[in-house]
Design a protein around this ligand. Structure first.
Ligand code: C2O
Ligand code: CU
Ligand code: CU
Length: 530
């Protein structure tokens, strides 16, 4: 009873404050509508690029292991981190660092992560790309309340957790599985090697939560991948890309409609998404790294709220094809794909091998963002050493064998339109997110074709199972659509068909846009696997 009342009041409090965010766009604003986001500039002077060494997030050790399970513990807490040299930034962290600690787990072993919430706000943890039973998937109202909070509306940051207009919690539905202070998430590990990530997924507040630091890597390893001669150890680097804006005192800037984060959403101008003018890699601004003249595996993750990158090395090695893609969101490709540039949308991962021995000793190689402007055109720099080193790594011609899902096996085709509505913000099939309202009920074990189409730019993400891209605009998939994916980027007025098989776990899962401002402003839906 108490919970229900509490959520109800939160929703009511939201109404008036956010109406502005859903105003009908003016003619002038329509000109910028197609862009995935608006730049929010820092008000602090920005540091020079390539001064800070690239940090690599620490790998978390299990607190215990038994038979088939590894147990981990993470405390979510605020920390004052030095992100810009000489300044402190109040950051929301997993375990005191940004990015959070990396979990490195074995396929076939179960992972249990106990999260304790010492943040000033409720949180939800989602393992992105995880093949996870519904109760551990981080359903957006399955809140972990802050440790020691008494569930009263008086607690700071607690109001409005029921979400947006149109995102109210229907009175006749069960509440989320709310826990006090901590909870454990169980990941059975029944999936192939892949670069996954974990992040906050609280309804209405995923954008500010990740912007403030709630993001970390979760790497799955397996025997198939271990048997390949790919670069490893210090030459296997997770790289988390994120853009941010900073205020004079070093704090993060974010255009929340309510800076206290009691009410979700951003101000009208940032409705398309928030872009920052500082590019961080693993939490450091425009870092640099000394590299050997050898192959490196770069596990690129775009954890930005809304920014789309086109990554390219400068200079290119002679002969081009510097970015050899070996994997995507859902693990290894069948065969490597050499690119000159890679386009990476929010939440996507590209597993890339770069051979720095293709450069003369002493070359400085910049990772560029060709979709950026001014300071956001440079990402980081690799300084190629002049030493001669041995490198026994290789990129085999055949990486993995996996089943190609077959169009003929699909039992149905469903269509999902990702569009802005005049009255309800960002919607899927005209519906703003409402917990408990399923837009699809696929049967466990079946394969379906899901067709997405867009008005403006939307990176579309599915929980539970990865998919294979079948077509883009009724033609073949694009150059960045290979392999198993869990997020597919759609440009304005595009349509993409994917094949997905719903496996192992019945229950309620999410389909949403991974532009976090769109997601928070209701571009999300439940689907129920039955
Ligand atoms: Cu990375 Cu539902 O999210
Ligand atoms: Cu996800
Ligand atoms: Cu979107």
């Amino acid at each position: 009873m108490r919970r229900r009342r509490f959520l109800g009041i939160g929703a009511a409090a939201v109404g008036a404050g956010t109406l502005g965010a859903f105003a009908v766009p003016t003619a002038a604003r329509l000109l910028t509508e197609g862009r995935p986001g608006l730049l929010l500039n820092s008000t602090v002077p920005l540091p020079e690029a390539f001064q800070v060494p690239l940090p690599v997030p620490p790998v978390l050790r299990p607190v215990s292991s038994d038979g088939g399970t590894d147990h981990y513990e993470i405390t979510q807490k605020a920390a004052r981190l030095e992100i810009l040299p000489g300044l402190r930034t109040e950051t929301w962290t997993y375990g005191g660092s940004y990015p959070g600690p990396t979990l490195a787990v074995r396929s076939g072993r179960q992972t249990v992560v106990r999260h304790r919430n010492e943040l000033p706000v409720p949180s939800v943890v989602h393992l992105h790309g995880g093949h996870t039973p519904a109760e551990s998937d981080g359903y957006p109202i399955d809140l972990i309340l802050p440790f020691g909070s008494d569930r009263s509306l008086a607690a700071p940051g607690m109001a409005g957790m029921a979400g947006m207009p149109g995102m109210e919690h229907p009175a006749d539905l069960p509440l989320g599985r709310i826990t006090d202070g901590d909870r454990s998430y169980t990941y059975p590990g029944n999936q192939r090697a892949a670069t996954l990530w974990y992040h906050d997924h609280r309804m209405g507040f995923t954008g500010p939560g990740i912007w403030r630091g709630l993001s970390g890597f979760h790497l799955v390893h397996d025997d198939e991948e271990d048997a390949l001669p790919l670069p490893r150890g210090d030459r296997d680097l997770p790289l988390m890309l994120a853009d941010r804006a900073f205020a004079e005192d070093g704090s993060f800037r974010y255009p929340a409609v309510d800076p206290a984060l009691a009410v979700p959403g951003v101000t009208d101008d940032y409705m398309n998404g928030v872009l920052g003018d500082v590019l961080l890699v693993n939490g450091a601004p425009w870092p640099r790294l000394d590299v050997d003249r050898a192959r490196y595996r770069l596990r690129l993750l775009n954890s930005s709220n809304a920014r789309l990158y086109r990554l390219e090395l400068d200079p290119q090695p002679s002969g081009g094809g510097a970015l050899v893609q070996i994997g995507g969101d859902g693990g290894l490709l069948e065969a490597p794909l050499a690119h000159d540039a890679v386009e990476i949308a929010p939440a996507e991962r590209f597993d890339i091998v770069v051979d720095f021995s293709r450069y003369p000793p002493g070359t400085s190689v910049r990772l560029m963002n060709r979709f950026g402007s001014e300071r956001t055109t440079e990402v980081m720099r690799f300084d190629v050493s002049s030493r001669t080193v041995s490198d026994d790594s290789a990129v085999p011609e055949r990486l993995s064998d996996f089943e190609r899902l077959d169009r003929a096996a699909a039992v149905t085709t469903r269509t999902f339109g990702f569009r802005r509505s005049r009255s309800d913000g960002w919607t899927i099939n005209g519906q703003p997110y409402q917990p408990g309202r399923a837009l699809a009920r696929p049967a466990l074990g079946t394969t379906e074709i899901w067709r997405f189409f867009t008005d403006v730019h939307h990176p579309v993400h599915l929980h539970l199972d990865p998919f294979q891209v079948l077509s883009r605009n009724r033609a073949d998939p694009g150059p960045y659509d290979a392999g198993w994916k869990d997020t597919v980027d759609l440009r304005p007025a595009e349509s993409v068909e994917v094949l997905v098989r719903f496996t192992d776990y019945p229950g309620t899962y999410m389909l949403h846009c991974h532009n976090l401002e769109h997601e928070d402003m209701a571009m999300m839906a439940d689907f129920v696997v039955e």
